[in-house]
Design a protein around this ligand. Structure first.
Ligand code: SF4
Length: 267
């Protein structure tokens, strides 16, 4: 059972400490993609939600209006990341179109925009994205295997749809990238990902699985249910050496497929 709530927000444009990002905008609180490994589940603490992560969604219906007022005050121009603790293109966006309305306002003020999503719905806004003087769109690719994706990211677009979205965006001149992460040990096939994204992205970023953001129970739960032979491996944890090797493999594949790598984030 999902709890939906329409809320009024007081502010939208949030200063960011993320690299190469000046502001974040999150049109929703919560995320119905419900990824098992989600790092953003800490948001529950700040919002008073008691429902499990992936089972609630607050919809900031006045976000476009508030943003328009904030931008009218002429804040310093800077890159805006759409969706840092939610996915701006999660299923509810089809109905509420908040991300689209936000893009229209950012475009009027010519703020550079950066989007990272797991949904092919982003293609809906291609007409707007093409008009930005600076715009990049990343699709998270954790795996090319539909069953693995379904187990870990139950309500996100399937990998094939994400690849198709990257292809359409790329063909239309958008700066696209693949965010390969989190890398799921013994499940993520890095070479299959590189092979599938070739010709569709300008660069990649990658990230190790972070099991220390309140998600251990959920990751181990799905491993125990779907991949029991890997449970001990996941329970033991992964050494620095393990991730150094994953990074070396990623670098090797980036060279082989001639796709620049802009960062490998290890936890
Ligand atoms: S899409 Fe991102 S924010 Fe949404 S549940 Fe998955 S990891 Fe969390």
């Amino acid at each position: 059972m999902i709890k939906f709530q329409i809320i009024q927000c007081k502010s939208v444009l949030t200063k960011s400490n993320l690299p190469k990002v000046d502001y974040c905008i999150n049109p929703y609180v919560g995320c119905l993609h419900a990824c098992v490994y989600c790092y953003a589940r800490f948001m529950k603490r700040f919002t008073g939600h008691t429902e499990p992560w992936g089972h609630f969604l607050d919809i900031k219906v006045n976000a476009p209006e508030v943003l328009a007022k904030e931008l009218a005050r002429n804040p310093k121009r800077g890159t805006v990341l759409l969706g840092s603790v939610t996915d701006a293109y999660q299923p509810a966006e089809r109905k509420y179109c908040l991300t689209r309305a936000i893009l229209e306002i950012l475009l009027r003020h010519d703020f550079p925009v950066s989007i990272l999503t797991k949904s092919d719905l982003v293609v809906r806004d291609l007409d707007l994205l093409k008009q930005f003087s600076s715009c990049e769109v990343g699709l998270t690719i954790t795996t090319t295997d539909e069953a693995i994706a379904k187990n870990f990211e139950p309500h996100a677009s399937v990998p094939k749809q994400r690849m198709e979205a990257l292809e359409v965006l790329h063909k239309n001149g958008i700066v696209t990238y693949a965010f390969i992460g989190p890398i799921l040990p013994d499940l993520t096939d890095l070479e299959a990902i590189f092979s599938a994204i070739k010709g569709k992205v300008y660069f990649i970023m990658a990230e190790s699985l972070n099991m220390s953001c309140g998600n251990r129970l959920f990751v181990e739960g799905i491993i125990s249910k779907k991949y029991p032979s890997l449970l001990q491996l996941y329970k033991n944890g992964f050494s620095k050496k393990y991730w150094d090797e994953a990074e070396a493999t990623t670098n090797m594949l980036a060279g082989k497929y001639k796709i620049p790598i802009k960062g490998f984030f290890s936890h």
